[in-house]
Design a protein around this ligand. Structure first.
Ligand code: IMP
Length: 424
């Protein structure tokens, strides 16, 4: 069974743990989009590992971990992650990088930082890792790919086209320093060294030979941050949805058997953008505190709110989810009441939306319509069997399944691998 793991909300749903669990059975793990904007922490071998780009499956030591063509790679970040893993004694011989992945250049991070810091209106709240500008250049056919680093002719020709225009924009639009060709060539020489041991020039052969193996496609961010289907423009610049696994890996849709959407029992988001069920009160603070909701990449406190079944149902549809892994239900152990948003009400007209309205500019006029569930008032973190869960917890889960029309196949009751319930 080939599986895609994708965040079903706005990222940070606890994908790392689910991916780590599912990676056990995989031979090949492919990260298919995004860059070092993602961040997750895995505790293994009694050590803490922080991942941004490299699939955490590398910790098993016997998996091929492929960073696919749909990703964007900041060479310095990749180098740091590789070095840290080596220093911690991890065998990274299974690490491979697609020659078709895009390179984040210093001017991409500079532009991202400048745009964020100077935006008077329309601030996105990006991670400032150069993700948007790198994808912008890729789609504008203005980007550098890893394979260019090993082809002096291509690099030379490309830079002659890219640099004059890039420099004009850097200087005139952003007031930033231009880059000389010599400087960029020197950078590329350094990058070529960084990637050399990992570039997989025979990736076609590798994909062909892996067709009968178990493949795990690893998404970053979440469906609601998808550039086509998320809360645009408050999104990342790639396609975390299940469909993105195809374009980002080089495999076609028939190679995918299951798409597992990871969702929290509540919702969090970092950065700007609409969030109808956001709680700016004590309940939101309580969720943040118990759930330790602070970003791994930026350390920012995450915005917290009740489970939003309207958005999640949309995520099931466009994300192509075949089941849901629900994480952090233990965060609600001490809650008397738990709310679930089943519809939105337009405060201007009274109109009720049960389908997700994609025009996010009207979201500020929407208020959540909640149903309230009784809490279960006990610690579920030691439970390993679905049947042992408190009745109110089972009722809550059953109601979510009914609303979403897909099974909740995995329930996470704590950060450890063992704190997981597989629902048969
Ligand atoms: P960018 O991906 O850095 O361009 O940021 C665009 C939006 O996506 C911002 O709201 C970020 O906070 C959000 N974002 C990017 N990566 C992640 C992630 O891994 N988890 C949660 N939010 C993310």
């Amino acid at each position: 069974m080939n599986k895609v793991v994708v965040g079903a909300q706005w990222g940070d749903e606890g994908k790392a743990k689910i991916t780590d669990l599912l990676a056990q059975d995989a031979d090949l793990i492919i990260r298919y989009q995004g860059g070092c904007n993602a961040g997750h922490t895995v505790v293994a071998h009694n050590k803490t590992f922080k991942f941004h780009l490299i699939p955490s499956g590398i910790l098993y030591g016997n998996k091929t971990c492929f960073i696919g063509a749909g990703t964007v790679i900041l060479p310095e970040a990749f180098d740091k992650e590789v070095k840290e893993l080596i220093e911690q004694g991890i065998d990274i011989s299974g690490l491979k990088v697609s020659p078709l992945a895009s390179i984040t250049m210093p001017y991409h991070t500079e532009v991202d930082g400048y745009s964020e810091d100077n935006a008077k209106k329309g601030k996105i709240g990006t991670t400032k890792k150069g993700i948007g500008p790198t994808y912008t250049d890729k789609v504008a056919r203005f980007g550098l790919k890893i394979e260019d680093l090993y082809s002096p002719e291509a690099l030379n020709e490309k830079l002659d086209v890219i640099l004059p225009l890039k420099n004009k924009t850097l200087e005139k639009v952003y007031g930033l320093q231009p880059y000389s060709k010599e400087c960029v060539l020197a950078l590329c020489e350094k990058y070529a060294e960084i990637f050399k041991p990992y570039v997989c020039f025979d990736w076609q052969e590798m994909l062909n030979n892996s067709k009968k193996k178990q493949i795990l496609f690893e998404g970053a961010q979440g469906v609601m941050l998808d550039v086509d289907y998320g809360t645009y423009p408050f999104v990342t610049s790639s396609n975390p949805i299940g469909g993105g696994a195809c374009t980002g890996s080089g495999y076609g849709p028939k190679m995918i058997d299951e798409v597992i959407g990871v969702a929290k029992a509540y919702v969090t988001r970092v950065g700007e953008g609409p969030f109808v069920t956001e709680l700016t009160d004590e309940t939101g603070d309580k969720i943040r505190e118990i759930g330790h909701e602070f970003g791994v990449t930026t350390g920012r406190p995450r915005r917290c709110g009740w489970f939003d079944a309207v958005t999640m149902k949309y995520s099931v549809l466009v994300g192509g989810l075949t089941s849901v892994a629900l994480t952090k239900i233990d965060v609600f152990d001490t809650f008397d009441e738990i709310k679930v948003c089943t519809a939105y009400k337009d405060t201007r007209t009274g109109e009720i939306y049960t389908s997700y309205p994609t025009n996010v500019y009207i979201h500020k006029y929407l208020e959540p319509v909640y149903e309230t569930h009784k809490g279960w008032g006990e610690n579920v973190s030691n439970i390993r069997e679905y049947s042992q869960l408190p009745d109110n917890c089972k009722k809550y889960l059953a109601r979510l399944e009914e609303l979403l029309e897909v099974p909740i196949s995995i329930i996470s009751v704590g950060p450890d691998r063992e704190q997981t319930i597989f629902k048969k």
